[in-house]
Design a protein around this ligand. Structure first.
Ligand code: DMJ
Length: 641
């Protein structure tokens, strides 16, 4: 889990193409004239070419024309009885000669008619406006794209689809709960409808400016990130018309053959994760096909000397590179370490082991490396295979690597013991070196930087409360009780970080320094961008403990979002959670629909909706089913050949 806010948000934006009329009539006339001139030039070149071809054509009587339906071909005519051999071609005499003159005449007429038709069409074109010509070109382009898409829809091998339990339901047992859940659904509708109106096809929405928005993680292309990220939330909320709308957009517009450089991690968790979850929930093949097409485009990112992928890859050229700000050209732990779940599913669904091999290679390489204090540093150089700076974090840059170790084990029906061991060992080191209790009794997770512990916890690290309870069962030396408690303590700390603000929404990161506890100090850390991690932890704790406080805390957060983040054009982040008059950042993040609203909805639903012994949520909250591989590892499973 890497915070987009850490990534450079600059650069890489192309100015919108201005298709509107130019402002000065004189300019417009100039454009028209030059266009006409070019068209006339092309036309005259075409006519000259045709006449030239006509006069220099070899005698057509030497060839017989065979009509093969759509394509006419000229082939040498061989009539040994009536012809005399001349220069390798047969000459024709007698009654045939007359027939061939007629044929020649017919050809001349056809060429003449074709010319006239082309001339007419060109004249018509000249009468058309620039916009009409553009529209025609666009229609032609769309036709070609459509045809390509039909060709791309190769069938994939059939595999046994896991038993999908709890894709519907979860109806709350009482009225109060039902009202709360309905309110969350209404919030989802508000977010979706406004994106539908003002940002459709763009990656995200600017709810105040009421237009599309994007960041460099999605590249320069409009990939409809919000649509793909939101699909499964729409599905489980029963918003089926909206789901179908999104599906149609994906079928007709989602194209990965674009010259655009995207974040491998973000595209994996949001797009591949989102498409796979939509596929499993709905059974619609198109989602699986798109997920596989996209995964193929990500594979070149792994072409590094070590097999540790680049952070970014150009979808068209396959050229990869790393973020300029990441320790001496390093790749990032939370990025290359957060591919496992989706890639295992891709191998399972396609029967192609390549995806599985790529992520297992990463795991093997990490296992062989020395770890300072048993900790995994956030940076690893993909050229040398050496660690970059020794920074370790359970928040940004490290977080979802640990999450995916645990979830790899859960997703394999608890058969991937290697992943479980790596998780247990990592958590042990984290507890020893990064987790502390503040003077006021709040448990927090600090960050290891340059040989000392920074007593600062990020909003992103709040997800770990949920992770600890999810991993409690099956823990080393049966410390389940301990991890349930640790998870609850993290949830309490994160709740405090919300409660100690004016808006009752948590800051991006908060300190534990002397008298300051769970409060952001620097202005640049006071923002809330609709992140899900705290609510995610409330939900896991609710599922494992059924302690009503988690529903109460979740509802507090929902009300605060509704009150301070809702605007008429959607939902927006806020810049300072300590100021009672919020300033909006004017971005509706795609993960707000994928995660924040989904976890809130699940918090007020029954446990029978997406039960956790059958589903594992990826780091973007996209549910993927547990693969019951009957105690074999994926590499020995017949589904993966
Ligand atoms: C999400 O995209 C994912 O949860 C990711 O792992 C990290 N953070 C954002 C939401 O905050």
């Amino acid at each position: 889990m890497t915070t987009p806010a850490l990534l450079p948000l600059s650069g890489r934006r192309i100015p919108p193409l201005n298709l509107g009329p130019p402002s000065f009539p004189h300019h417009r006339a100039t454009l028209r004239l030059s266009e006409k001139f070019i068209l006339l030039l092309i036309l005259s070149a075409f006519i000259t070419l045709c006449f030239g071809a006509f006069f220099f054509l070899p005698d057509s009587s030497k060839h017989k024309r065979f009509d093969l339906g759509l394509e006419d071909v000229l082939i040498p005519h061989v009539d040994a009885g009536k012809g005399a051999k001349h220069s390798g071609i047969f000459l024709i005499h007698g009654p045939d000669e007359h027939r061939h003159r007629e044929e020649e005449e017919r050809l001349r007429n056809k060429i003449r008619a074709d010319h006239e038709k082309a001339l007419e069409e060109a004249k018509e074109k000249l009468k058309k406006s620039r916009e009409e010509i553009r529209a025609e070109i666009q229609t032609e382009k769309n036709k070609v794209v459509q045809e390509m898409k039909i060709r791309e829809k190769k069938p994939l091998p059939a595999v046994p689809i896991p038993n999908l339990i709890g894709t519907h339901g979860g109806d709350p047992e009482d009225n109060d709960l039902r009202e709360k859940r309905d309110k969350i659904k209404e919030m989802m509708k508000h977010a979706w409808d406004n994106y539908r109106i003002y940002g459709w096809g763009h990656n995200e929405l600017r709810p105040i400016a009421r237009k599309g928005h994007s960041t460099n993680i999605f590249g320069t292309s409009q990939m409809g990130a919000t649509i793909v990220d939101a699909l499964d939330t729409l599905y489980i909320m029963g918003l089926h018309d909206e789901f179908r709308d999104g599906q149609k957009w994906i079928e007709n517009n989602l194209d990965f053959s674009v010259n655009s450089e995207v974040s491998v991690f973000e595209v994996n968790i949001r797009f591949i994760g989102g498409l796979l979850a939509a596929y499993y929930l709905s059974g619609e093949e198109i989602f699986k096909i798109k997920a596989v097409q996209l995964a193929e485009k990500l594979l070149p990112a792994f072409n590094t000397p070590t097999g540790i992928p680049w952070a970014m890859v150009n979808l068209k050229s396959g050229v990869g590179r790393n973020w300029g700000w990441a320790s001496a050209g390093s790749s990032i732990l939370a990025e290359f370490g957060t591919l496992h779940m989706e890639f295992v599913h891709l191998s399972y669904l396609t029967g192609n082991p390549i995806y599985y091999k790529k992520v297992m290679h990463i795991r093997k390489l990490l296992q062989r490396m020395d770890r300072p204090n048993g900790l995994y540093p956030n940076y690893l150089n993909p050229r040398t295979g050496r660690w970059g700076q020794y920074h370790t974090s359970v928040g940004g840059l490290g977080d979802s690597f640990y999450e995916y170790l645990l979830k790899a084990w859960l997703m394999s029906d608890k058969t991937d013991h290697e992943a479980r061991k790596m998780y247990d060992d990592a958590i042990e080191a984290i507890e020893k070196h990064l987790i502390r209790k503040s003077r006021g009794g709040l448990t927090f997770i600090g960050e290891w930087k340059n040989g000392h512990l920074e007593k600062k916890m990020g909003h992103l690290a709040c997800f770990a409360g949920g992770m600890f309870v999810l991993g409690a069962d099956g823990s080393k030396m049966d410390k389940a009780g301990h991890y349930l408690e640790l998870g609850a303590e993290i949830a309490r700390t994160c709740h405090e970080s919300y409660d100690r603000t004016a808006l009752k929404l948590g800051p991006e990161s908060f300190k534990f320094d002397g008298a300051v506890e769970a409060v952001a100090v620097r202005q640049a850390e006071k923002y809330y961008i609709l992140r899900p991690e705290v609510i995610e932890t409330y939900w896991y704790l609710w599922r494992f403990t059924h302690d009503p406080r988690y529903r109460e805390w979740g509802w507090e957060a929902a009300l605060a979002i509704e009150k301070y983040c809702r605007v008429s054009g959607g939902f927006s982040g806020v810049k300072d959670v300590y100021s009672s008059t919020p300033t909006h950042d004017d971005v509706q993040q795609s993960f707000f629909l994928a995660e924040t609203l989904k976890y809130l909805y699940l918090l007020f639903s029954g446990d029978d909706l997406l039960p956790l012994d059958h589903w594992v949520f990826n780091t973007e909250a996209h549910p993927l089913p547990v693969l019951h591989l009957a105690n074999t590892t994926l590499s020995r499973n017949p589904a993966v050949r």
